[in-house]
Design a binder for this molecule. Structure first.
Ligand code: ADP
Length: 565
């Protein structure tokens, strides 16, 4: 990109390119002109000199031609020679005349003898310079010649060059300074343009460009605002998604990821290759297929959780440009599915046992295999197994009501009611139980706004277990008290303690699961379905509460239930 420096350089070099040849041409022209003028003057001076001396001689101001006389009259650079009509040199201001050769062939001498004056310009090899000769015929018939070395153009240049160089340097300096101030004057308004201001006025010539820039600036600002709005919306949507979302490029590197994806893979996943984030072969295979344009699905286990992963290719102009990968946490759904499967298997098994007994006993009676004396006891067992079946079916129906959520709607509370009275009524049902277990009620009297039918079921199941898994003559204590919930919400505490067989510690975690029993035969013997505590758990959760279990083998059990009032 060309910057301010580029413009500055261009102005500088423009100046130099303009000025340098001008200065050089001017120097040469002036040197030639000066040289010519000086030469003309010099020649005129030589002629004047010759005429002056000849006049002086002719007018008798000086008598005879003697070198000593001239030496005072002529400057040193001038040479004076007197030549006789036969061409012999009579006198010379530089050399002894006798040593000088005959001058009759010199053009200026020939002209002077013939016409009175003669001149000539010749190169003197001895002096290595041009010589100008001017000859005048004297009254006595001899010729007086004045000669002078005339400097060549090279000599003029030799003198003029340093001056020209000095002038050139000076002019260049001045040009540099002028260029600098000119550049500054041109550039400063340009570099100080405030594109944010409403009215930009720099140079009239630039106005169309400024207006164009201004329009483009507004368009860019509008586009940026739109993009930022869109990005905010997308961020708000993806940021609040429960599902993890990763967008990868064609090279499988992560372009962007939402918060949930960061929770799964860690904070700094941008720019990393998605294949390095997860080494699962199914996942990597699905990513590859997706990047080639196919929609894929995979199940993935990550950090103890199960994810359903959906891969969708991103197309642009018909080419796959990357992929969107969506991670849906399917852990709960998987657990629920597993529990449902187990529940169905358990239900079938639980129903099959009494039905098999009923079927076998009734077959024996029908086929006359049963003895007359056994028929009564068979009928009693059929009746007992039928009751058990009914109880099982009742509990199963109840649990499916909880699963569907229909149980929550029943018995909606309008007015608060007193828990103590309900508990007293439930306890009444256990009076005179065959094990002789004493059931007591203690604590405070208060009103609650809970679902009455559900709390009735909860109390019944807990007291029933307390009696069933007790020793003969033991006791069950139901204690009601007020408490404060986790968020300071009004809560009540219902605890049912017994003096029974207790639950060994390894079973504590699983005791509230459907059909889970510590001792299968004992539970069945006492008419248990293995569903009572599951129902208690559901009821507690439906009331925003929680359960606590304290139990020691052989000592007794306390189940405490906190529910919102
Ligand atoms: P069940 O119908 O078999 O009683 P629950 O769901 O009510 O089914 O209880 C599950 C299992 O927990 C029981 O089979 C029993 O082994 C154990 N259990 C429940 N309550 C007590 C208790 N109070 N004392 C000892 N064991 C208990």
């Amino acid at each position: 990109m060309r910057g301010e420096g580029d413009l500055r350089k261009r102005i500088y070099s423009g100046f130099i390119l303009l000025i340098l040849p001008c200065v050089l041409v001017l120097s040469v022209l002036l040197s030639i002109l000066f040289h010519n003028a000086a030469k003309t003057q010099e020649l005129a001076a030589v002629r004047d000199h010759a005429i002056l001396i000849s006049d002086l001689l002719s007018s008798g101001v000086i008598g005879d031609v003697r070198f000593s006389d001239y030496s005072n009259l002529s400057p040193e650079s001038t040479r004076i020679t007197v030549i006789a009509p036969d061409g012999s040199v009579l006198l010379d201001s530089r050399t002894a005349a006798a040593r000088m050769e005959n001058h009759s062939d010199r053009p200026e001498i020939i002209d002077a003898f013939a016409n009175g004056v003669g001149e000539s310009m010749r190169y003197s090899a001895t002096l290595r310079t041009d010589m100008y000769y001017y000859a005048v015929r004297l009254n006595d018939g001899n010729v007086l010649r004045v000669s002078k070395a005339v400097g060549g153009l090279a000599g003029v240049f030799a003198v003029a060059l340093p001056v020209a160089a000095a002038v050139t340097t000076l002019v260049l300096c001045l040009a540099g300074l002028t260029a600098q101030s000119l550049t500054k004057r041109i550039i400063t308004p340009l570099s100080s343009i405030d594109f944010d201001s409403e009215n930009i006025t720099v140079y009239d010539e630039l106005q169309p460009y400024i207006e164009k820039i201004d329009r483009q600036k507004n368009e860019i600002a509008e586009k940026m605002a739109q993009l930022s709005d869109r990005a905010d919306t997308i961020n708000a949507i993806t940021g609040n998604m429960k599902e993890g979302l990763i967008l990868v490029g064609n090279d499988a590197s992560v372009l962007t990821a939402n918060n949930s994806a960061r929770m799964i893979f860690g904070e700094n996943i941008e720019k990393r290759n998605v294949m390095h984030l997860c080494r699962d072969a199914n996942f990597q295979g699905a990513v590859k297929k997706c990047l080639s344009g196919a929609n894929e699905e995979a199940q993935l286990e990550l950090g103890g959780r199960v994810f359903s992963v959906y891969f969708s290719p991103v197309h642009s102009n018909g080419n796959a440009r990357g992929a969107v990968i969506l991670f849906q946490d399917a852990t709960e759904r998987n657990i629920a599915e597993r529990q449902r499967r187990e529940f169905s298997a358990n239900v079938s098994h639980e129903l099959k046992t009494p039905l098999t007994t009923i079927s076998a006993l009734s077959d024996m009676i029908e086929n006359g295999i049963a003895k007359e004396g056994d028929i009564k006891s068979f009928a009693a067992r059929i009746s007992e197994q039928s009751r058990r079946l009914l109880m099982l079916i009742d509990d199963i129906i109840r649990l499916s009501e909880f699963d569907e959520g229909s149980a929550d709607k029943e018995g909606a509370v309008v007015e608060p009611w007193e828990l103590w009275e309900l508990a007293a009524t439930v306890i009444e049902a256990f009076r005179g139980n065959p094990r002789g277990v004493d059931v007591r009620l203690t604590g405070e009297r208060f009103e609650i706004s809970a679902n009455r039918r559900m709390v009735d079921e909860l109390l019944y199941n807990l007291i029933d277990n307390g009696v069933k898994y007790n020793r003969d003559g033991g006791s069950v204590t139901v204690e009601l008290s007020l408490a404060e919930g986790d968020a300071g919400s009004p809560t009540c505490k219902i605890s049912v303690s017994d003096t029974g067989i207790g639950i060994p510690a390894p079973h504590h975690d699983r005791i509230f699961e459907r059909f889970y029993r510590v001792d299968n035969s004992r539970s069945k013997k006492t008419g248990g379905t293995g569903l009572g505590l599951s129902i208690v758990k559901h009821i507690t959760e439906a009331h925003g509460g929680r359960l606590e279990l304290e139990s020691a083998e052989g000592e007794g059990t306390t189940v405490t239930c906190y529910i919102m009032r």
